[in-house]
Design a binder for this molecule. Structure first.
Ligand code: ZN
Ligand code: ZN
Length: 90
């Protein structure tokens, strides 16, 4: 399951190029992560890398189910072990 490009682009604009994660179990300094991301580095190594995340695994490939996450948040959100509030520092 993957988002079509136009959905990712719309989500990116909505996010303002920053991580949209609001999960309380993460170690964000603010309510929203807001980490600045780099468009060209989706799913790649490098500064500001990020991924388009399915908010609900059964929600489909729509804009409302697409969340722009920085790599760190995406990694934690994709892992079921992360549900324990183990704070990681990067
Ligand atoms: Zn983040
Ligand atoms: Zn997060």
């Amino acid at each position: 399951m993957a988002f079509p490009d136009y959905v990712v682009e719309q989500a990116w604009r909505r996010a303002g190029g920053k991580c949209e994660c609001r999960r309380r179990t993460h170690n964000h300094p603010y309510v929203r992560c807001n980490k600045e991301l780099v468009w060209a580095n989706r799913g790649r190594e490098g500064r500001g890398k990020w991924e388009a995340h399915h908010i609900s695994s059964s929600g489909g490939d729509t804009l409302s189910n697409c969340e722009i996450l920085c790599w760190d948040c995406h990694k934690i959100s994709s892992s079921k072990l992360s549900l324990k509030s183990k704070h990681r520092r990067f």
